[in-house]
Design a protein around this ligand. Structure first.
Ligand code: AMP
Length: 593
């Protein structure tokens, strides 16, 4: 049960032999650092054996839960990290979400806690957001679902303390939480940390972006000194390296080379569309693909108005925004996973870390604040090795942002047109024929239904003397219903828009070339300074301000600019084009109550 390092030495010979064992990996041993190509994830239907995971020495319960999940082989990060963590070594990993990094740390930690009978938590996982905390906790729960009496508790802000406190009073193996709430529970004595012997910092760079550095350091200082430390980060800026240097002891270093998942598996497109045509354009896009879609918008207000409009057009839709209570959000994500709803309209903060495999399309209805937000949004599709599509709406004013985005993500985003009546009608026809074909196959499956259909056919023939083709026509007519089947509203605006925009875009190319010198600076140009009347005298710190703004509005931590705290007021740079509703929320935000 003790996570302290075992006596195995980490000489290069030993590392090399491990590397050679991993047949499908191309590992380079760079002074203790392993560089690995990311690979698509494989999921089996459940019939294969779990040989890919046998070598790690996991107990049968873990192997059973992996089989239930359909995991066939460990991902590259799992191959590299699990053996290191199993021997108790510290680990510094650079990997994005989608690489299987959660299982890379969760599985060995669950294995080590297999016989844990003690009451207090042994493992603490810190995440930047409550969404990620819930997701990581869910992963621990599912990987330990076959292990007896294994308990994972998630503690994060925005929800009632009482349930968390009573969960922490019972036997706990792993606590997953966000820094602020973890601090609160430690201070109140409701989270007993004296037995913690492993700390995982997940998405450490994101925690730093959100201003949690001081909080993280405070928490680390409270924990027992002798513990295993695991740090995962998508990027490795010097601040993260410094934390690693300060707290990690001879860590194994693993870098999942950024063969970008999104460029491999997500096809990125953009559409020129003026603001007043956006909703029409969206509806037209959903005609071609409406199963497993996330639409990203900037404001909470817009999530509801768009969802309503889509619902009126016959789609199954839900919204995900910061106003929706946590338990309802979880319920929404669950319904999306199960296919009870097909479309989610979300704000950035609410959809952080969302992991739903069936998402096929991400629509950036509003232009993202920055490159990171864009990358995060489109990463909601292409999950677990599947392919996905991302469409970005771009208006006249946002064209130079598009160019900057292409430059900073080093990706060519391909232009596509808004689907015209012709394309939509072809698609509707194709769907109708496909549905009829599928229905004809389905009737073979159920004898009772088949008998019913034959009975109806006989009746129609005898009673109304209908022949086969009459009956077929009547049935198709019934399927089509009374509404007009083809779209025939005026779509000339689409053609005009595409043409004028392309002409303008050619004219603007020179301007854009000039502008490209300012590339990546667009964010700075679009800041506005807000004054808040709390400051040092109120005990306010940068992290408090960031987390209050992020939790009470749709503003993303990364899009918050400079923060200056004076004695009795603070100045915060925020994106210039905030919605009126967001501004109203800002007026009411509370920091440290
Ligand atoms: P993560 O990078 O931890 O966010 O994981 C991304 C996705 O990959 C999640 O949906 C996991 O359930 C899935 N996953 C993790 N490990 C494997 C594996 N070995 N095989 C298949 N899918 C996996």
């Amino acid at each position: 049960m003790d996570f302290k390092k075992d006596s195995r030495s980490h000489d290069s010979e030993q590392e090399k032999s491990q590397i050679e064992d991993t047949s499908i990996l191309e590992l380079k041993n760079l002074d203790n650092k392993k560089e690995i190509e990311s690979q698509p994830l494989e999921v089996s239907s459940g019939n294969d054996n779990d040989s890919g995971f046998l070598d790690f020495g996991f107990n049968q319960s873990i192997l059973n839960s992996l089989r239930n999940k359909g995991y066939k082989n460990p991902t590259p990060i799992q191959k590299a990290a699990i053996p290191e963590l199993m021997i108790g070594r510290d680990l510094l990993g650079q990997a994005q979400t989608g690489t299987g990094k959660t299982a890379a740390f969760a599985l060995p930690l669950i294995e080590k806690l297999a016989d844990n009978k003690e009451l207090n938590a042994k493992v603490l996982v810190m995440t930047p957001t409550r969404e990620l905390a819930t997701q990581v906790a869910e992963s621990f729960k599912s990987y330990s679902s076959e292990s007896s009496n294994f308990k994972t508790v998630a503690i994060y802000g925005g929800t009632d303390y009482r349930n968390q406190i009573s969960a922490l009073k019972r036997k706990v193996d792993v606590v997953v939480g966000t820094p602020g709430r973890i601090m609160d529970h430690i201070r109140q004595g409701t989270f007993k940390i004296k037995d913690i012997n492993c700390l995982v910092l997940d998405e450490a760079d994101e925690m730093l972006n959100m201003g949690f550095l001081e909080d993280i350091e405070w928490i680390i200082d409270q924990l027992p000194e002798n513990k295993q430390m695991v740090l995962f980060s998508a990027t490795m800026p010097s601040e993260i390296r410094n934390i690693a240097k300060k707290y990690l002891n001879d860590p194994a270093e693993i870098l999942i080379k950024s063969v970008k998942k999104e460029t491999q598996l997500i096809s990125q497109k953009f559409i020129y569309v003026q603001r007043y045509h956006k909703l029409d354009a969206l509806k037209r896009i959903l005609e071609l693909n409406n199963e497993g879609v996330i639409i990203f918008v900037r404001t909470k207000l817009l999530t509801t108005s768009i969802a309503e409009a889509l619902e009126n057009s016959g789609h199954t839709v839900a919204v995900l925004n910061g106003d929706i209570p946590q338990n309802q959000r979880e319920n929404t994500v669950d319904r999306l996973k199960k296919g009870f709803i097909n479309i989610l309209v979300a704000t950035d903060v609410a959809a952080r870390g969302l992991d739903v495999e069936r998402i096929k399309l991400v629509v950036n209805y509003d232009f993202p604040f920055d490159k990171e937000t864009y990358t995060h949004r489109i990463g909601r599709t292409g999950r677990a090795g599947r392919s996905g599509e991302a469409i970005l709406f771009v208006n006249q004013r946002e064209k130079h942002f598009l160019r900057n985005l292409e430059n900073s993500t080093r990706t060519k985003i391909e232009e596509i047109n808004i689907p015209s009546n012709k394309i939509i009608n072809e698609k509707r026809m194709e769907k109708l024929i496909e549905n009829l074909n599928v229905s004809s196959l389905a009737k073979d499956e159920n004898e009772e239904k088949k008998a019913l259909i034959i009975d109806v056919l006989d009746n129609l023939k005898e009673k109304y003397s209908m022949d086969d083709s009459n009956i077929a026509m009547a049935a198709i007519n019934l399927v089509i219903g009374n509404k007009s089947f083809f779209v025939n509203e005026d779509d000339s605006w689409i053609h005009k828009q595409n043409n004028t925009d392309r002409n303008r875009s050619n004219r603007n190319i020179n301007n854009r070339m000039r502008n490209s010198n300012r590339r990546n600076n667009y964010q700075n140009d679009s800041f506005e300074t807000y004054k808040f009347n709390f400051g040092k005298f109120d005990g306010v710190r940068v992290a408090n301000i960031i987390s209050s703004i992020c939790n009470s509005t749709t503003i993303n931590g990364r899009s918050i600019g400079k923060i200056q705290i004076f004695n009795d007021y603070s100045l915060v740079d925020l994106p210039r084009d905030l919605h009126r509703e967001t501004k109203n929320k800002l007026k009411k935000i509370k920091v440290r109550n």
